[in-house]
Design a protein around this ligand. Structure first.
Ligand code: NAD
Length: 377
Protein backbone atom coordinates (compact mmCIF):
# COMPACT_ATOMS: atom_id res chain seq x y z
CA UNK A 1 0.00 0.00 0.00
CA UNK A 2 1.43 3.33 -1.05
CA UNK A 3 0.43 6.46 0.84
CA UNK A 4 1.05 9.90 -0.59
CA UNK A 5 1.12 13.11 1.45
CA UNK A 6 1.03 16.17 -0.80
CA UNK A 7 1.99 19.75 -0.17
CA UNK A 8 -1.32 21.55 0.29
CA UNK A 9 -2.24 23.82 -2.59
CA UNK A 10 -5.15 25.79 -1.08
CA UNK A 11 -4.45 29.46 -0.44
CA UNK A 12 -3.15 30.09 3.06
CA UNK A 13 -3.11 26.43 4.07
CA UNK A 14 -0.13 25.91 6.36
CA UNK A 15 -0.91 22.44 7.67
CA UNK A 16 0.25 19.02 6.52
CA UNK A 17 -1.60 15.72 6.85
CA UNK A 18 1.25 13.64 8.28
CA UNK A 19 3.84 13.96 11.03
CA UNK A 20 7.06 12.01 11.55
CA UNK A 21 5.18 10.09 14.26
CA UNK A 22 2.30 9.04 12.02
CA UNK A 23 4.70 8.19 9.20
CA UNK A 24 6.57 5.85 11.52
CA UNK A 25 3.34 4.31 12.76
CA UNK A 26 1.92 3.66 9.29
CA UNK A 27 5.21 2.27 8.01
CA UNK A 28 5.07 -0.07 11.00
CA UNK A 29 1.71 -1.22 9.62
CA UNK A 30 3.30 -2.13 6.31
CA UNK A 31 2.76 1.05 4.27
CA UNK A 32 5.22 2.79 1.97
CA UNK A 33 4.92 6.58 2.36
CA UNK A 34 5.89 9.30 -0.08
CA UNK A 35 5.78 12.88 1.18
CA UNK A 36 5.93 15.69 -1.38
CA UNK A 37 9.05 17.83 -0.97
CA UNK A 38 8.33 20.81 1.25
CA UNK A 39 4.93 19.47 2.38
CA UNK A 40 5.73 20.08 6.04
CA UNK A 41 7.66 23.31 5.67
CA UNK A 42 4.91 25.62 6.90
CA UNK A 43 4.34 23.36 9.90
CA UNK A 44 8.05 23.27 10.73
CA UNK A 45 8.50 19.66 9.65
CA UNK A 46 11.48 19.32 7.35
CA UNK A 47 11.83 16.80 4.53
CA UNK A 48 14.73 15.35 6.53
CA UNK A 49 12.46 14.75 9.52
CA UNK A 50 9.99 12.86 7.33
CA UNK A 51 12.86 10.90 5.76
CA UNK A 52 14.27 10.04 9.17
CA UNK A 53 10.83 8.64 10.06
CA UNK A 54 11.01 6.36 7.02
CA UNK A 55 9.22 8.30 4.29
CA UNK A 56 10.52 8.88 0.79
CA UNK A 57 10.51 12.47 -0.43
CA UNK A 58 8.77 12.79 -3.79
CA UNK A 59 6.88 15.20 -6.00
CA UNK A 60 3.25 15.92 -6.91
CA UNK A 61 3.42 13.29 -9.65
CA UNK A 62 3.61 10.57 -6.98
CA UNK A 63 -0.11 11.11 -6.44
CA UNK A 64 -0.79 9.05 -9.56
CA UNK A 65 0.46 5.78 -8.06
CA UNK A 66 -0.89 6.22 -4.51
CA UNK A 67 -3.50 3.89 -3.02
CA UNK A 68 -4.16 6.39 -0.24
CA UNK A 69 -3.76 10.18 -0.26
CA UNK A 70 -3.71 11.97 3.10
CA UNK A 71 -4.64 15.63 2.74
CA UNK A 72 -5.77 18.62 4.76
CA UNK A 73 -8.12 20.19 2.20
CA UNK A 74 -10.44 18.75 -0.42
CA UNK A 75 -8.46 18.04 -3.61
CA UNK A 76 -8.67 20.65 -6.36
CA UNK A 77 -9.52 19.68 -9.94
CA UNK A 78 -5.91 19.30 -11.07
CA UNK A 79 -5.12 17.14 -8.05
CA UNK A 80 -8.16 14.95 -8.70
CA UNK A 81 -7.16 14.31 -12.28
CA UNK A 82 -3.82 12.95 -11.05
CA UNK A 83 -5.25 10.31 -8.69
CA UNK A 84 -5.77 6.76 -9.81
CA UNK A 85 -9.32 5.50 -9.89
CA UNK A 86 -10.17 3.73 -6.64
CA UNK A 87 -7.69 5.72 -4.56
CA UNK A 88 -8.69 6.51 -0.97
CA UNK A 89 -8.49 10.26 -0.27
CA UNK A 90 -8.92 11.42 3.32
CA UNK A 91 -9.24 15.14 4.12
CA UNK A 92 -11.42 17.88 5.56
CA UNK A 93 -13.80 17.88 2.58
CA UNK A 94 -16.10 20.79 3.45
CA UNK A 95 -18.97 19.08 1.59
CA UNK A 96 -21.94 21.27 2.54
CA UNK A 97 -23.39 23.08 -0.47
CA UNK A 98 -20.46 21.92 -2.61
CA UNK A 99 -22.34 19.65 -5.02
CA UNK A 100 -20.05 20.34 -7.99
CA UNK A 101 -16.97 19.47 -5.97
CA UNK A 102 -18.61 16.27 -4.72
CA UNK A 103 -19.52 15.29 -8.28
CA UNK A 104 -15.97 15.99 -9.43
CA UNK A 105 -14.64 13.62 -6.73
CA UNK A 106 -17.18 10.97 -7.72
CA UNK A 107 -16.26 11.37 -11.40
CA UNK A 108 -12.58 10.93 -10.52
CA UNK A 109 -13.49 7.50 -9.15
CA UNK A 110 -11.95 8.11 -5.74
CA UNK A 111 -13.18 7.03 -2.33
CA UNK A 112 -13.38 10.43 -0.67
CA UNK A 113 -13.60 10.45 3.14
CA UNK A 114 -14.64 13.61 5.00
CA UNK A 115 -12.95 13.68 8.39
CA UNK A 116 -15.30 16.34 9.75
CA UNK A 117 -18.22 13.90 9.48
CA UNK A 118 -16.62 11.48 11.92
CA UNK A 119 -19.21 10.46 14.52
CA UNK A 120 -18.48 11.84 17.99
CA UNK A 121 -18.40 8.48 19.71
CA UNK A 122 -15.80 7.26 22.17
CA UNK A 123 -14.13 4.95 19.66
CA UNK A 124 -13.60 7.82 17.22
CA UNK A 125 -12.41 10.47 19.69
CA UNK A 126 -8.83 10.09 18.49
CA UNK A 127 -10.07 10.81 14.93
CA UNK A 128 -12.09 13.93 15.82
CA UNK A 129 -10.62 16.67 13.62
CA UNK A 130 -13.33 19.14 14.58
CA UNK A 131 -12.17 18.94 18.19
CA UNK A 132 -8.43 18.84 17.55
CA UNK A 133 -8.56 21.89 15.30
CA UNK A 134 -11.25 23.86 17.16
CA UNK A 135 -9.33 23.54 20.41
CA UNK A 136 -6.32 25.26 18.84
CA UNK A 137 -8.53 27.84 17.12
CA UNK A 138 -10.04 28.79 20.47
CA UNK A 139 -6.60 29.22 21.97
CA UNK A 140 -5.34 31.24 19.03
CA UNK A 141 -8.42 33.50 18.97
CA UNK A 142 -7.45 34.78 22.41
CA UNK A 143 -3.79 35.18 21.48
CA UNK A 144 -4.78 37.10 18.32
CA UNK A 145 -7.07 39.31 20.41
CA UNK A 146 -4.34 39.93 23.00
CA UNK A 147 -1.98 40.89 20.20
CA UNK A 148 -4.39 43.47 18.74
CA UNK A 149 -5.69 44.77 22.08
CA UNK A 150 -4.30 48.14 23.18
CA UNK A 151 -4.62 47.29 26.85
CA UNK A 152 -3.39 44.58 29.21
CA UNK A 153 -5.47 41.48 30.00
CA UNK A 154 -4.75 41.07 33.73
CA UNK A 155 -5.55 43.61 36.40
CA UNK A 156 -2.32 45.34 37.40
CA UNK A 157 -2.11 47.31 40.61
CA UNK A 158 0.97 49.45 40.33
CA UNK A 159 2.41 52.51 42.06
CA UNK A 160 1.34 54.52 39.03
CA UNK A 161 -2.23 53.32 39.18
CA UNK A 162 -4.46 50.36 38.47
CA UNK A 163 -4.97 48.81 35.07
CA UNK A 164 -8.37 47.10 35.01
CA UNK A 165 -8.68 43.49 33.85
CA UNK A 166 -9.96 42.99 30.30
CA UNK A 167 -13.55 41.82 30.04
CA UNK A 168 -13.97 39.01 27.55
CA UNK A 169 -17.23 37.44 26.41
CA UNK A 170 -17.09 34.08 24.63
CA UNK A 171 -20.15 33.18 22.53
CA UNK A 172 -20.48 29.46 21.86
CA UNK A 173 -18.90 27.27 24.53
CA UNK A 174 -18.08 24.16 22.52
CA UNK A 175 -14.56 22.91 22.03
CA UNK A 176 -13.19 26.21 20.68
CA UNK A 177 -15.12 28.36 23.15
CA UNK A 178 -14.04 26.38 26.20
CA UNK A 179 -10.39 26.62 25.18
CA UNK A 180 -10.84 30.35 24.56
CA UNK A 181 -12.28 30.72 28.07
CA UNK A 182 -9.41 28.77 29.62
CA UNK A 183 -6.80 30.75 27.69
CA UNK A 184 -8.35 34.13 28.50
CA UNK A 185 -8.57 33.17 32.17
CA UNK A 186 -4.90 32.16 32.19
CA UNK A 187 -4.04 35.61 30.84
CA UNK A 188 -5.96 37.23 33.68
CA UNK A 189 -9.12 38.43 31.91
CA UNK A 190 -12.57 38.49 33.50
CA UNK A 191 -14.48 36.01 31.36
CA UNK A 192 -18.17 35.44 30.65
CA UNK A 193 -19.64 33.04 28.12
CA UNK A 194 -22.89 31.89 26.58
CA UNK A 195 -24.23 28.92 24.64
CA UNK A 196 -27.59 27.50 23.63
CA UNK A 197 -26.77 24.16 25.25
CA UNK A 198 -27.61 23.95 28.95
CA UNK A 199 -24.75 21.48 29.50
CA UNK A 200 -22.30 24.22 28.58
CA UNK A 201 -23.25 26.21 31.68
CA UNK A 202 -21.56 23.79 34.06
CA UNK A 203 -18.50 23.53 31.82
CA UNK A 204 -18.18 27.31 31.58
CA UNK A 205 -18.48 27.69 35.34
CA UNK A 206 -15.95 24.93 35.96
CA UNK A 207 -13.42 27.06 34.06
CA UNK A 208 -14.09 30.02 36.32
CA UNK A 209 -16.23 32.03 33.89
CA UNK A 210 -19.77 33.31 34.37
CA UNK A 211 -22.58 31.95 32.18
CA UNK A 212 -24.88 34.44 30.45
CA UNK A 213 -28.17 33.10 29.02
CA UNK A 214 -31.94 33.37 29.06
CA UNK A 215 -32.59 30.13 30.93
CA UNK A 216 -36.19 29.39 29.92
CA UNK A 217 -37.83 26.02 29.12
CA UNK A 218 -36.63 26.03 25.54
CA UNK A 219 -33.05 26.51 26.72
CA UNK A 220 -33.43 23.56 29.09
CA UNK A 221 -34.79 21.35 26.30
CA UNK A 222 -32.22 22.37 23.72
CA UNK A 223 -29.55 19.78 24.22
CA UNK A 224 -29.84 17.05 21.58
CA UNK A 225 -28.63 13.47 21.82
CA UNK A 226 -25.44 14.06 19.83
CA UNK A 227 -24.42 17.00 21.98
CA UNK A 228 -24.79 19.46 19.10
CA UNK A 229 -26.81 22.65 19.13
CA UNK A 230 -30.15 22.60 17.37
CA UNK A 231 -31.43 25.79 15.84
CA UNK A 232 -33.30 27.80 18.47
CA UNK A 233 -36.70 29.42 17.90
CA UNK A 234 -36.95 32.99 16.66
CA UNK A 235 -38.49 34.01 20.00
CA UNK A 236 -35.62 32.56 21.99
CA UNK A 237 -33.07 34.16 19.71
CA UNK A 238 -34.73 37.56 20.20
CA UNK A 239 -34.73 37.27 24.01
CA UNK A 240 -31.16 36.03 24.06
CA UNK A 241 -30.07 38.79 21.65
CA UNK A 242 -31.51 41.41 23.99
CA UNK A 243 -29.64 40.04 27.00
CA UNK A 244 -26.48 39.64 24.96
CA UNK A 245 -26.72 43.14 23.48
CA UNK A 246 -26.64 44.79 26.89
CA UNK A 247 -23.81 42.52 27.98
CA UNK A 248 -21.69 43.12 24.86
CA UNK A 249 -21.84 46.89 25.32
CA UNK A 250 -19.82 46.42 28.55
CA UNK A 251 -17.17 44.10 27.07
CA UNK A 252 -13.67 44.81 25.79
CA UNK A 253 -13.40 41.68 23.65
CA UNK A 254 -16.02 39.33 22.20
CA UNK A 255 -14.98 35.96 20.80
CA UNK A 256 -17.61 34.11 18.77
CA UNK A 257 -17.40 30.39 17.99
CA UNK A 258 -21.04 29.43 17.36
CA UNK A 259 -21.65 26.86 14.65
CA UNK A 260 -24.54 24.62 13.67
CA UNK A 261 -23.32 21.59 11.69
CA UNK A 262 -24.32 21.77 8.03
CA UNK A 263 -25.89 25.21 8.27
CA UNK A 264 -24.64 28.76 7.98
CA UNK A 265 -23.30 30.12 11.27
CA UNK A 266 -25.96 31.84 13.39
CA UNK A 267 -25.77 35.65 13.43
CA UNK A 268 -25.18 36.58 17.06
CA UNK A 269 -23.74 40.09 17.01
CA UNK A 270 -25.52 42.73 14.93
CA UNK A 271 -24.04 45.93 13.52
CA UNK A 272 -25.91 47.86 16.24
CA UNK A 273 -24.29 45.78 18.97
CA UNK A 274 -20.87 46.43 17.48
CA UNK A 275 -21.64 50.15 17.22
CA UNK A 276 -22.57 50.23 20.94
CA UNK A 277 -19.17 48.90 22.04
CA UNK A 278 -16.51 51.13 23.56
CA UNK A 279 -13.64 52.56 21.52
CA UNK A 280 -10.83 50.04 21.10
CA UNK A 281 -13.09 47.01 21.52
CA UNK A 282 -12.32 43.85 19.61
CA UNK A 283 -14.36 40.98 18.24
CA UNK A 284 -12.88 37.72 17.00
CA UNK A 285 -15.23 35.79 14.70
CA UNK A 286 -14.11 32.16 14.49
CA UNK A 287 -17.19 31.33 12.39
CA UNK A 288 -16.31 33.87 9.68
CA UNK A 289 -15.66 31.21 7.04
CA UNK A 290 -19.13 29.72 7.63
CA UNK A 291 -20.91 33.03 7.13
CA UNK A 292 -19.85 34.62 10.42
CA UNK A 293 -21.44 35.24 13.82
CA UNK A 294 -20.68 38.95 13.70
CA UNK A 295 -22.23 41.34 11.21
CA UNK A 296 -19.46 43.10 9.34
CA UNK A 297 -16.83 40.38 9.78
CA UNK A 298 -14.72 39.82 6.67
CA UNK A 299 -12.93 36.51 6.13
CA UNK A 300 -9.17 36.93 6.14
CA UNK A 301 -9.25 40.51 7.42
CA UNK A 302 -9.43 42.78 10.43
CA UNK A 303 -12.46 44.97 9.68
CA UNK A 304 -12.72 48.41 11.33
CA UNK A 305 -16.37 48.92 12.19
CA UNK A 306 -17.26 52.03 14.20
CA UNK A 307 -15.55 51.87 17.60
CA UNK A 308 -14.44 48.26 17.17
CA UNK A 309 -12.29 46.01 15.07
CA UNK A 310 -13.54 42.59 13.99
CA UNK A 311 -10.81 40.00 13.57
CA UNK A 312 -11.89 37.58 10.87
CA UNK A 313 -8.80 35.52 10.25
CA UNK A 314 -9.39 32.54 8.01
CA UNK A 315 -8.03 29.09 8.90
CA UNK A 316 -7.23 29.94 12.51
CA UNK A 317 -5.95 26.42 13.32
CA UNK A 318 -3.44 27.02 10.51
CA UNK A 319 -2.12 29.98 12.53
CA UNK A 320 -0.86 27.39 15.03
CA UNK A 321 0.27 25.18 12.16
CA UNK A 322 2.82 22.95 13.87
CA UNK A 323 0.44 21.96 16.67
CA UNK A 324 -2.54 21.73 14.32
CA UNK A 325 -0.67 19.44 11.92
CA UNK A 326 0.61 17.23 14.73
CA UNK A 327 -2.93 16.56 15.98
CA UNK A 328 -4.55 16.44 12.55
CA UNK A 329 -2.00 13.89 11.33
CA UNK A 330 -2.80 11.71 14.32
CA UNK A 331 -6.56 11.99 13.65
CA UNK A 332 -5.98 10.77 10.07
CA UNK A 333 -3.57 7.94 10.80
CA UNK A 334 -5.86 6.61 13.54
CA UNK A 335 -8.74 6.50 11.04
CA UNK A 336 -6.64 4.95 8.28
CA UNK A 337 -5.45 2.25 10.67
CA UNK A 338 -9.06 1.11 11.15
CA UNK A 339 -9.14 0.41 7.41
CA UNK A 340 -6.05 -1.82 7.37
CA UNK A 341 -6.24 -5.59 7.53
CA UNK A 342 -4.81 -6.81 10.84
CA UNK A 343 -2.74 -9.63 9.31
CA UNK A 344 -1.73 -8.45 5.87
CA UNK A 345 -1.80 -4.66 6.54
CA UNK A 346 -3.47 -4.26 3.14
CA UNK A 347 -6.30 -1.79 2.70
CA UNK A 348 -9.50 -3.59 3.65
CA UNK A 349 -12.44 -1.24 3.99
CA UNK A 350 -15.47 -2.49 5.88
CA UNK A 351 -18.26 -0.52 4.23
CA UNK A 352 -20.59 -1.48 7.08
CA UNK A 353 -18.37 0.13 9.72
CA UNK A 354 -20.16 3.14 11.19
CA UNK A 355 -17.06 5.31 10.86
CA UNK A 356 -16.82 4.49 7.14
CA UNK A 357 -20.55 4.97 6.60
CA UNK A 358 -20.50 8.34 8.33
CA UNK A 359 -17.52 9.75 6.43
CA UNK A 360 -17.48 8.16 2.96
CA UNK A 361 -18.68 10.69 0.39
CA UNK A 362 -17.97 9.07 -2.97
CA UNK A 363 -17.44 5.55 -4.26
CA UNK A 364 -17.62 3.80 -7.66
CA UNK A 365 -18.25 7.07 -9.47
CA UNK A 366 -21.17 8.11 -7.28
CA UNK A 367 -21.85 10.38 -4.33
CA UNK A 368 -22.87 7.74 -1.78
CA UNK A 369 -23.25 9.70 1.47
CA UNK A 370 -26.95 9.84 2.42
CA UNK A 371 -26.76 13.55 3.32
CA UNK A 372 -25.31 14.56 -0.01
CA UNK A 373 -26.28 11.88 -2.57
CA UNK A 374 -29.64 13.46 -3.45
CA UNK A 375 -28.33 17.00 -3.89
CA UNK A 376 -25.53 15.78 -6.12
CA UNK A 377 -27.75 13.54 -8.31
P1 NAD B 1 -19.71 23.51 17.22
O1 NAD B 1 -18.35 23.88 16.73
O2 NAD B 1 -20.65 22.86 16.28
O3 NAD B 1 -20.40 24.82 17.83
C1 NAD B 1 -19.73 25.61 18.77
C2 NAD B 1 -20.67 25.95 19.90
O4 NAD B 1 -21.59 26.95 19.46
C3 NAD B 1 -21.49 24.80 20.43
O5 NAD B 1 -21.26 24.66 21.80
C4 NAD B 1 -22.93 25.22 20.14
O6 NAD B 1 -23.83 24.78 21.10
C5 NAD B 1 -22.80 26.73 20.14
N1 NAD B 1 -23.91 27.47 19.50
C6 NAD B 1 -24.62 27.16 18.39
N2 NAD B 1 -25.54 28.10 18.15
C7 NAD B 1 -25.42 29.04 19.12
C8 NAD B 1 -26.09 30.25 19.41
N3 NAD B 1 -27.09 30.68 18.66
N4 NAD B 1 -25.68 30.96 20.49
C9 NAD B 1 -24.67 30.51 21.27
N5 NAD B 1 -24.00 29.38 21.05
C10 NAD B 1 -24.36 28.64 19.98
O7 NAD B 1 -19.60 22.59 18.52
P2 NAD B 1 -18.36 21.75 19.07
O8 NAD B 1 -17.37 22.64 19.67
O9 NAD B 1 -17.90 20.87 17.97
O10 NAD B 1 -18.99 20.88 20.22
C11 NAD B 1 -20.35 20.75 20.45
C12 NAD B 1 -20.59 19.78 21.59
O11 NAD B 1 -20.13 18.48 21.28
C13 NAD B 1 -19.89 20.14 22.89
O12 NAD B 1 -20.75 19.81 23.94
C14 NAD B 1 -18.74 19.24 22.97
O13 NAD B 1 -18.30 19.02 24.29
C15 NAD B 1 -19.35 18.01 22.35
N6 NAD B 1 -18.30 17.15 21.86
C16 NAD B 1 -18.40 15.82 22.12
C17 NAD B 1 -17.39 14.97 21.68
C18 NAD B 1 -17.44 13.51 21.96
O14 NAD B 1 -18.34 13.08 22.64
N7 NAD B 1 -16.54 12.73 21.42
C19 NAD B 1 -16.31 15.48 20.97
C20 NAD B 1 -16.26 16.83 20.71
C21 NAD B 1 -17.28 17.63 21.15
Amino acid sequence: MKIFVPKETADGETRVAASPDTVKKLIGRGAAIVVEAGAGARSRVTDEAFEAAGATIGSASDAGTADVVLKVRRPAADELSAYKSGAVVIAIMDPYGEDAALKAMADAGILAFAMELMPRITRAQVMDVLSSQANLAGYRAVIDAAHEFDRAFPMMMTAAGTVPAARIFVMGAGVAGLQAIATARRLGAVVTATDVRPAAKEQVESLGAKFIAVEDDEFKAAETAGGYAKEMSKEYQAKQAELVASHIAKQDIVITTALIPGRPAPKLVSAEMVAAMRPGSLLVDLAVERGGNVEGAVAGQIAEVGPARIIGYANVPGRVSASASLLYAKNLSAFLETMLDKESSALKIDFDDELVKATLLTRDGKVVHPNFAKAAA
